[in-house]
Design a protein around this ligand. Structure first.
Ligand SMILES: [Zn+2]
Ligand SMILES: [Zn+2]
Length: 458
């Protein structure tokens, strides 16, 4: 059980999830005085979102080089308001697989905020609009992201071009499934100044500029019911970030391994590693920013979590920051509640499918695109062959559940298991004394156009 603590304690032994660890990687499991105790392990569907809570779950914690252990950049925020709003900050590769595991309704995910448009932060946006719609998402997505000094690099152009690039997918699903969830609208956020960009249902989102590669990279602060969480996106230590983050409860800052460790993990020359790391967002640098803000809980994100580097990362950040700090993995969960921020680690069913909830959009299927002419001549008529095979089966086990022609047979494992065993028709297997089978009684020849050789063809 998590115990209260207001400061750092002796370094625990850190074991990452992919090596069997179950607890979050943090110098303390809670900062402040929580009103409820929480287990070390977060089990989806068990721990309800509390009134007034901001629950932050890391959907993607890793680097652009995707691994089984870590999806790429994405942070989920659930709001404990009446609407139980859900929003996501970035959608990197693999992040929606983690989202499904959390059993949060996919229909509730309608707000997407992009910190910047590096591929490791946007890849699963295609999954959300192109694939989750096939799971039953009905509402269009609202997208916020940075403008840029060149319009072609802003979020509006990105959304428009992704919609155009997915034409094959979106045109194809029209008429087959409910395609409204594939739609998206974009709102550009000023890249050069801090601004409140969304204020609804008691939730205020503020964006601020950060220094990362090009104009258009931003970070976000979420305020709700007196609680707050800030995500830097990717940035070198930046003053607007420090200013906006003042007084926040949870501060998530991009952190990268120091160049030497980075070079060893990636197998890169030290010069190239130095260039990528850019010396700005190492654990020591993140600690300097944490100390300028002094949040209830600080978190390092977007960092390699490799077995040999965890202790050095915590040691490095301890050199510049002495309060509670966590190192994010996929599915690290932060509970931001009045008077306390807790951290624990979710465990999910890897086969959990996306679940659905209510939608604002009605169910309306559009017209279907005509199928190409050449398909008629080229398609294999498998359905009539299946039909013939089923009729053949019915002829030999006519009382098996659902075996009559035209009746849907049970396909689920449970249905198959509960189906009564087929009754053996001895008249089908009796043989005449001369060795020939009896002709089945009470059975008319079944006309069939297929070429499948089955017993009913005689
Ligand atoms: Zn980036
Ligand atoms: Zn990134």
């Amino acid at each position: 059980m998590i115990t209260a603590s207001s400061g750092a304690r002796a370094m625990p032994t850190f074991t990452p999830v992919y090596l069997g660890g179950a607890a979050a990687l943090a110098t303390a499991a809670v900062a402040g005085s929580p009103r409820v105790d929480r287990d070390d392990v977060f089990v989806p569907g068990i721990e309800a979102l509390a009134e007034g809570e901001i629950r932050v779950t890391i959907l993607g914690s890793g680097q652009p080089w995707l691994t089984k252990a870590a999806a790429t950049g994405s942070v989920l925020v659930e709001i404990g308001n009446a609407q139980r709003e859900v929003m996501v900050f970035d959608l990197g590769s693999g992040s929606l697989a983690n989202f499904s595991g959390l059993q949060v309704p996919a229909t509730a995910l309608k707000k997407v905020f992009f910190t910047h448009l590096h591929t490791d932060h946007i890849s699963d946006y295609l999954t959300l609009t192109g694939s989750c719609v096939k799971a039953g998402r009905l509402d269009p997505v609202e997208v916020w992201g940075g403008s840029s000094n060149k319009p072609s690099r802003g979020i509006a152009a990105f959304v428009e071009h992704i919609q155009a690039a997915l034409a094959w997918d979106f045109v194809g699903i029209a008429g087959n499934i409910l395609a409204s969830g594939a739609g998206a609208t974009a709102t550009e956020v000023p890249y050069g100044r801090t601004e409140v960009i969304c204020d609804r249902n008691g939730v205020t989102i503020t964006s601020f500029p950060v220094i990362h590669v090009l104009n258009g990279a931003i970070g976000f602060r979420v305020d709700f019911a007196g609680q707050s969480a800030v995500s830097s996106g990717e940035t070198t230590p930046t003053m607007p970030f420090v200013e906006v983050a003042q007084g926040c409860d949870l501060l998530i800052h991009e952190t990268v391994l120091p160049p030497k460790a980075f070079a060893e993990v990636m197998g890169l020359p030290i010069e190239l590693a130095q260039c990528i790391v850019n010396d700005g967002h190492t654990p020591a640098a993140a600690g300097i920013v944490f100390d300028m803000v002094r949040p209830a809980m600080a978190a390092m994100w977007h960092c390699h979590v490799t077995e040999g580097d965890i202790d050095p990362v915590f040691a490095a950040v301890a050199g510049t920051y002495s309060r509670v700090v966590a190192l994010c993995q996929d599915l690290t969960v932060f509970n931001v509640t009045p008077g306390a921020v807790g951290v624990h680690q979710a465990t999910v069913d890897p086969m959990q499918q996306a679940i659905l909830g209510p939608s604002d959009t009605g169910r309306k299927i559009g017209p279907r695109v005509p199928t190409p002419e050449w398909w008629k001549a080229s398609a294999i008529d498998w359905q009539s062959k299946i039909s013939c095979a089923e009729r053949a089966l019915a002829a030999y086990a006519p009382h098996a559940a659902g075996s009559r022609h035209g009746e849907r047979r049970p396909h689920t494992r449970r249905a198959r298991e509960t189906r009564p065993p087929p009754r053996v028709r001895h008249d089908r297997v009796e043989r005449r004394r001369d060795g020939h089978r009896n002709r089945p009684r009470n059975r008319r020849p079944v006309p069939c156009a297929c070429r499948v050789r089955t017993r009913h063809h005689g």
